[in-house]
Design a protein around this ligand. Structure first.
Ligand SMILES: Nc1nc2c(c(=O)[nH]1)N[C@H]1C(S)=C(S)[C@@H](COP(=O)(O)O)O[C@H]1N2
Ligand SMILES: [Mo]
Length: 348
């Protein structure tokens, strides 16, 4: 049996705080059970939800405007359109405030604590950037970010993001369908999967130098071709109507809203088309805990964390924001058919 459920005490609400859930995974990563609690983290109290409402698009505070982006890039962001509101591209749930989205992160290349990515990534250079396209594909090559983005119109989509650590956010992304990019490179009939790689650059990514992490760098993830081609699968270039901050995966990251957050790989430098199921970092690290599919599934528990509930961030002192986790993170209508006939307890 590959999946174990933990004891009942595992679901005590008192345990479900952002701090304790990430501490669990952190201890696992470093293998140090004695890791001290009480690390400084961005507090969630006192922050109010911003309603998604009917506003045409979400806006980041103006202090996040970056210096002098190229004209072609700027033009892309000036022309952001809301995605069609049907088809699961929107939710009217309250947006997670911008300040939380950019300060409570998982990006182990920049450290293990939730505040580390923001603290350690501000010097990170996402320009110039290139993406290598390789494997079972008609048009392999090394493409500049401009080559990659130029033909695509940017749109805004508001998705839930559900981390396997049992917290979730609602984030207004900017981006475009991965399917539209994939079609341009003409995958061959042997292309059954797509693999993605994050930049490997220990000079700028302090986490890759750390002796504490056991992750096989570069961080890598993968999707089955039909998952990659699903209209919900997004290549994100921004959030809250502006560029992606480094801590959220600048300049280009994947968003797969029906899967646990670790599938949504950041700062992508390589996309490889393969005939067989590709390696993924978390699966290499702990295959019994992190499967290739990683579909959000309240009935299949992670060996150490039940998955039938989650804490919607931000969590305040006065509200626990505990909600039920939905199959496929609430996107079952769009994606359940991809897994027809599959035993999702086996293919977790
Ligand atoms: N390269 C890379 N991508 C990554 C991660 C990471 O550590 N490295 N963490 C993943 C996890 S576990 C989650 S929950 C999301 C978090 O995205 P966010 O910080 O933008 O909310 O990024 C995912 N993508
Ligand atoms: Mo995650």
């Amino acid at each position: 049996m590959l999946i174990k459920s933990k004891s009942k005490s595992d679901v005590l609400s008192s345990e479900i705080t952002p701090e304790s859930v990430y501490q669990d995974r952190r201890r696992f990563l470093t293998g140090s059970l004695g890791a001290a609690f009480g690390l400084a983290t961005a507090g969630f109290s006192g922050l109010s939800h911003a309603a998604a409402g009917d506003s045409l698009r979400a806006r980041a505070p103006s202090d996040m405007q970056r210096s002098a982006p190229a004209d072609w890039w700027k033009a892309k962001f000036e022309a952001i359109t809301p995605a069609q509101r049907s088809g699961g591209f929107y939710t009217n749930e309250a947006l997670t405030p911008y300040s939380d989205v950019v300060s409570y992160n998982n990006f182990y290349e920049f450290g293990l604590d939730k505040g580390d990515p923001k603290a350690n990534s501000q010097e990170f250079k996402a320009d110039p950037w290139s993406v290598t396209i390789e494997g079972e594909v008609g048009k392999p090559g090394v493409y500049t970010l401009e080559d990659i983005l130029k033909p695509h119109a940017m749109e805004e989509r508001v998705y839930r993001l559900r981390c396997v650590e049992r917290w979730s956010m609602v984030i207004p992304w900017v981006g475009f369908s991965l399917a539209d990019l994939i079609k341009r490179f003409e995958p061959t009939s042997k292309a059954k999967y797509v693999q993605f790689f994050t930049l490997f650059d220990p000079d700028s990514m302090s986490g890759q130098r750390s002796r504490f992490t056991t992750i096989a760098w570069p961080y890598r993830e993968g999707l089955r071709m039909d998952e990659a081609m699903n209209p919900l699968t997004l290549l994100a270039t921004g959030l809250y109507g502006n560029y992606l901050p480094p801590q959220n995966g600048a300049p280009l990251r994947l968003i797969v809203p029906w899967k646990y957050g670790f599938k949504s790989i950041k700062s992508i430098v390589k996309i490889r088309f393969t005939e067989t199921e590709p390696e993924t970092s978390w699966n290499l690290l702990a295959p019994r805990e992190y499967g290739f599919y990683a579909n959000v599934n309240p009935e299949v528990h992670h060996p150490r964390w039940r998955q039938d509930m989650e804490t919607r961030l931000p969590q305040t002192l006065f509200s626990s924001s505990r909600i039920d986790t939905l199959p496929f993170n609430g996107y079952g209508e769009q994606v359940a058919s991809l897994y027809k006939g599959m035993d999702l307890a086996k293919f977790y």
